[in-house]
Design a protein around this ligand. Structure first.
Ligand code: NDP
Ligand code: 2IT
Length: 448
């Protein structure tokens, strides 16, 4: 048999032809293909088995109608999805996103990245993602409950503790997981750990709420420590003010950094004095309990609010994008570099456009892709699954230690493939590290 070598352009053209209009999915694959194709070409056993072609096709996509009644009695229709991407190394695992921008392309990009991220955690989890174009904003608790019950009435047929274990993501937090789990339990008449991110009273794990944000900052500290530096005294710009942003801010403050900004889809606040733990408590209450807008922070504490803007013009040494995909453009990246940024770690999934990543690399800015730096969330989800299976719960201290160890392990894996020449390329490091385990499992299964 002739040895197959892949060409990036040809591979991407085929992928775009097979997945028309799915721009986010194309972008996520392009990002991996740039580094994986040379790797695959050096390891012909992967190319010959067409592993990259197989990995860019999800195992299956489930799409369904979600019908519910609003508080006025109107019948509303949304679309629900679950992309079961790859279960080579464990049950499908990944979050559910409720946001009007959700479509098949967004969930395929998220599912694709989840496969490699979950592999990097060293835990036995495959990758999946799901959600709906439902917008929880402005809905009453009862409306959200009815939507979640309707969504789960279909989804429950496709998930289970050894099949597929969903969790939260944008628009899906403790409230939604409670409604979803309650309906799952009712339909299955079984109490199993089929969802993670549950509240502590019914099988949730300590540290899960904090895990993504904490893990992102642990990863940042590891990158800086590797260069003999640390977060202490650094000025940090954060986007988002949801789950990930809140706990990234908390850990950054605890490690002695000064957090200058947080944002939501309306704009960003710039607090020159730094967001203190007390001010952060106001944000957590504002966003998770009162479900208000970040502009209220500016009114309360008398600082600047920039409507309709993202925070990347604010001079800083550290950036932590923690809102959503494609929030850092090439122009934003150039501004950050001009203003002296030294490192960026993604709390969000794919917040940086590919050409912006190239700007960071060209300027030797440390850049951690989300599949490495935000893996702490799904890692603690994995630990929640282990605790549920054993019917035990570990202490906060033990879980925090496990989280730190996992982040440190991911950092080590990145150094293995991305180190050398004094500058660590974390993209080059993260992809092969996640890829190899999944690829070897798929090779072992034969042609499936
Ligand atoms: P939340 O819903 O808790 O918070 C999302 C935040 O991002 C909010 O501040 C929201 O603003 C803002 N946001 C959402 N969409 C947009 C947009 N289109 N433009 C500007 N701002 C936007 O979600 P999470 O904190 O859980 O998730 C944030 C990111 O982290 C996502 O990329 C997610 O995939 C990723 N992630 C999450 C993990 C988790 O465990 N939760 C794990 C790993 C990654 P507003 O309030 O106005 O909507
Ligand atoms: O993007 C992610 O890793 C998540 N939203 C968390 C997934 C999970 O299963 O905890």
């Amino acid at each position: 048999m002739q040895i197959k070598t892949l060409e990036l352009d040809e591979f991407m053209q085929g992928l775009i032809r097979r997945n028309p209009g799915e721009t986010e999915f194309h972008q996520a694959v392009q990002e991996v293909a740039e580094d994986i194709i040379p790797f695959v070409n050096q390891h012909p056993q992967y190319g010959d088995a067409a592993l990259l072609e197989r990995m860019t096709e999800p195992d299956r996509i489930i799409s369904f109608r979600v019908c519910w009644a609003d508080d006025e009695g109107n019948i509303r229709v949304n679309r629900g999805y679950r992309v079961q991407y790859n279960n080579a190394i464990g049950p499908y695992k990944g979050g559910l996103r409720f946001h009007p921008s959700v479509n098949q392309s967004v969930l395929k990009f998220l599912g694709f990245e989840q496969v490699f991220k979950n592999s990097l955690t060293t835990l036995p989890m495959g990758g999946g993602k799901g959600g709906s174009d439902f917008n929880p904003k402005g809905k009453s608790d009862r409306e959200v409950m009815r939507f979640c019950q309707s969504f789960m009435t279909e989804l429950h047929k496709h998930i289970g503790p050894n099949r597929d274990v969903p969790a939260g993501d944008i628009g899906v937090g403790a409230r939604e997981i409670g409604y979803l789990f309650g309906q799952y339990k009712r339909l299955e008449n079984e109490f199993t750990g089929t969802l993670t991110g549950k509240s502590l009273e019914f099988g949730g794990s300590l540290i899960r709420t904090e895990a993504t944000g904490y893990g992102t900052v642990y990863f940042m500290e590891l990158m800086l420590n590797h260069r003999g530096d640390s977060l202490k005294g650094k000025e940090v710009v954060i986007s988002g003010s949801g789950n990930v942003a809140q706990y990234a801010a908390e850990k950054a403050i605890q490690l002695g950094a000064k957090v200058l900004t947080m944002s939501d889809s309306g704009g960003y606040i710039y607090d020159k004095d730094g967001i203190s733990e007390e001010k952060l408590a106001f944000i957590i209450d504002l966003k998770t309990i009162r479900r208000g807008r970040i502009s209220e922070y500016a009114e309360k504490f008398g600082c600047d609010y920039h409507q309709g803007k993202r925070p990347w013009d604010v001079p800083c040494q550290i950036a932590l994008p923690c809102a959503t995909q494609n929030e850092i453009s090439v122009e934003n990246a150039k501004t950050l570099v001009k203003n002296g940024i030294i490192a960026i770690a993604e709390g969000a999934n794919m917040p940086t456009f590919i050409d912006a990543i190239h700007v960071f690399h060209d300027n030797k800015v440390l850049y951690a892709p989300g599949k490495a730096s935000n893996a702490g969330g799904v890692a603690v989800s994995g630990l929640e699954m282990s605790q549920n299976s054993q019917r035990i719960s570990w202490s906060r201290k033990e879980l925090d230690e496990r989280l730190r160890n996992i982040m440190s392990d991911i950092h080590q894996q990145c150094l293995k493939y991305g180190g050398g020449n004094g500058y660590v390329d974390y993209v080059k490091g993260a992809w092969p590290a996640g890829f190899v385990k999944v690829a070897n499992a798929m090779l072992a299964y034969g042609v499936v």
